[in-house]
Design a protein around this ligand. Structure first.
Ligand SMILES: [Cu+2]
Length: 627
């Protein structure tokens, strides 16, 4: 990053506080700044908040989550600018909805039961050929992102419980207004320890719901958490969220006070949130990155103290590139998958390091040891997400302010970075050539291609890129294209039938959020990859677009072996960046191996840029049991 950018950023950032700092300056003895109201604000006040943490007892954690609208006030890009907004959110137990669902803490061998209740409004009316019939913004379900658990349905006579089942047809899902579903996740005994999260994944509405506040963390505990140095380290969970604020209102809005996100168009035209200033936009501000509902929170930590931080990028679209001024981030899980040694991320400006890159859906666990007293910024450095000649950058952003104070009463605080090698589950042993060929040795190619416009040229030009169907094709792109169009038409006809809304009853066309030709979404089961239980396969995912995108697969983690065909030091993940710069002649690619050992059943793989997934950049995987 160029210096003047950082200077400008610091100046702007601290303008409201009445003084300017460079990164990591020493603090004055009396630590205060002028607030907007002219009063003195104590900068040593921690404004970082964490969602409630619920832990399993005797092998069970049973939680009730209620999806509802939440009328609240949140900061815009500038922390002092507040907006009244209504967003979809989770409440738990008897509690009202909040900025995030509770953090669920379980360990290998536990049962996690989540009763999901839907208190969202009815879906808005739409014309029969309106994609809204397919994209039901208030129908929901639940997905446990990254967890290695059964994806099917448990049936015992009339009693039904769901695993990580997200392949509802578009007439299914959890019905609005009081619909209820029980999910049961049986965590395998050898499940690796690390951070995961839950969010809705009802095909067609996953983006609009994740772009609200419908997310919460899941922490799987394991031997690593029992290391004395690890246990002692204060643990902070960072849910990076980027809610879209809408000012649109709908009729019969069931208590949605300040406007609602009901139309796919609202989140699809400017998916990055940048470039949304024009008059006709329905937004109040570029959607700010919040951490647990707070814009640029302050974290107070003692000099020399060691903490463990869990980073979870729950944004629907955007990347993060994390960097902490003058500090080293010692990463010990990539997504939820642990490593025996740390991968170190020093401050980019100080030691020529690189940030921790988190695509939407990626997570990371890090150890931080606080340095000298001072103020340090946790930033997301610029991210280039499109390689075209009009390269599109997500700009730098300040995410949090770390205030390091004198080491007075260190007391029981952790001071030591846990020793390596760190314990890691055998589940993550490498997938070598011998195992691969012994277990079938099948290779597949999966094609990711957004048609009808290749590039994210500028934020404002993005709309035109959405004017045609989006498809993910397997092996034969041209035949898939026909399938997509046919299935899209069939899905719309099915939805119209299932909803029972005829053309006459569907209301005027002004209820329709968009021209029916605007997009033709594709069902999530248009293409199915069948895999035999017990096999090990090697898949290469190709990206034909200049835009980079996160590829995510449910249930089984990926052992990534090649990027763009070049062997790399392999690593485990469940969400991986498909590099920018693909063309129809020269797609970019990621190659991984996967064990389909423990669970049969249907699940999905998709772009974790959820707007793309909802349009059809998604594909079914069905693991068949052996006869
Ligand atoms: Cu997932």
């Amino acid at each position: 990053m160029r210096d003047f950018e950082r200077e400008e950023l610091s100046r702007r950032d601290f303008f409201g506080l009445g003084f300017s700092v460079a990164s990591g300056i020493l603090l004055p003895t009396s630590l205060g700044g002028c607030g907007k109201d002219g009063g003195v604000r104590d900068l040593r006040q921690q404004t970082f908040v964490q969602p409630a943490m619920l832990e399993s007892e005797n092998g069970l954690l049973h939680v009730t989550l209620t999806a509802d609208y939440w009328n609240t006030e949140l900061s815009g890009s500038h922390p002092e600018t507040k907006y009244s907004t209504s967003l979809r959110a989770y409440g738990h137990g008897g509690n009202k909805p909040s900025y995030a669902g509770p953090t669920l803490v379980v360990k290998g061998g536990d049962d996690l039961i989540i009763d999901l209740i839907n208190h969202l409004p009815f879906n808005p009316p739409a014309a029969p050929n309106d994609p809204l019939l397919y994209m039901k913004p208030n129908t929901t379900n639940l997905h446990v992102h990254g967890l290695h658990v059964f994806p099917g349905i448990y049936k015992e006579s009339n009693h039904i419980e769901y695993g990580d089942y997200v392949v509802d047809s578009n007439s299914g899902g959890v019905v609005p207004r009081g619909g209820k579903r029980r999910y049961r996740y049986k965590i395998p005994a050898d499940h690796p320890a690390g951070p995961f999260y839950y969010h809705p994944q009802f095909h067609g509405s996953s983006a609009i719901q994740a772009a609200s506040l419908m997310q919460g963390a899941i922490l799987i505990r394991g031997p690593i958490d029992e290391l004395p140095d690890m246990e002692q380290a204060t643990e902070l969970v960072f849910l990076f969220q980027a809610p879209y604020f809408a000012k649109d209102t709908i009729k019969n809005n069931f208590g949605v006070k300040y406007g609602s996100l009901e139309k796919f168009k609202q989140i699809a035209i400017h998916p990055t949130g940048h470039g949304i200033k024009s008059e006709q936009d329905t937004y109040l501000d570029a959607q700010p990155i919040l951490i647990n509902g707070v814009r640029q929170p302050t974290i107070v930590i003692k000099s020399g103290e060691v903490q463990r931080w869990r980073f979870i990028n729950t944004q629907a679209f955007n990347y993060l590139n994390l960097n902490l001024d003058d500090h080293v981030l010692h990463q010990f899980t990539h997504d939820g998958w642990g490593t025996t040694s740390y991968q170190e991320f020093p401050d980019v400006s100080q030691r020529g390091g690189k940030g921790i890159s988190l695509a939407a859906g990626n997570r990371s666990s890090v150890i931080v040891k606080a340095g000298k007293p001072g103020i340090y910024l946790l930033r997301s450095l610029p991210v280039k997400i499109d390689s075209d000649k009009h390269a599109f950058f997500l700009p730098e952003d300040v995410l949090a302010r770390i205030v390091v104070v004198d080491d007075g009463e260190a007391g029981a605080l952790a001071k030591k970075i846990p020793d390596t090698p760190l314990p890691v589950s055998d589940f993550l042993k490498p997938i070598g050539d011998e195992e691969f060929s012994r277990c079938g040795g099948r290779k597949r190619s999966i094609l990711f291609n957004m048609k009808g416009g290749n590039d994210l040229k500028t934020a404002s030009a993005f709309q035109s890129d959405r004017s045609n169907p989006v498809g993910i094709a397997s092996d034969v792109a041209s035949s898939a294209e026909i399938l997509i169009t046919q299935n899209g038409a069939r899905a719309r006809a099915d939805s119209a039938r299932a909803s029972g809304i005829s053309a006459e009853d569907s209301g005027s066309s002004e209820n329709s959020s968009m021209d029916p030709d605007y997009l033709q979404p594709q069902p999530s089961n248009s293409i199915v990859e069948y895999v035999v239980l017990g096999s090990v396969e090697e898949w290469t995912i190709f990206n034909f677009n200049s835009l980079c995108r996160p590829f995510h697969i449910h249930v089984n983690p990926m052992y990534v072996t090649k990027i763009n065909g070049v062997p790399i030091d392999p690593f485990w993940c469940d969400t991986v960046n498909l590099p920018a710069g693909g063309t129809s002649e020269n797609p970019t690619s990621v190659t991984f191996r996967m064990r389909f050992k423990d669970f049969s059943g249907p699940f999905v793989m998709h772009s974790q840029m959820l707007q793309e997934s909802d349009l059809g950049l998604i594909q079914r995987v069905t693991v068949l049991p052996v006869e």
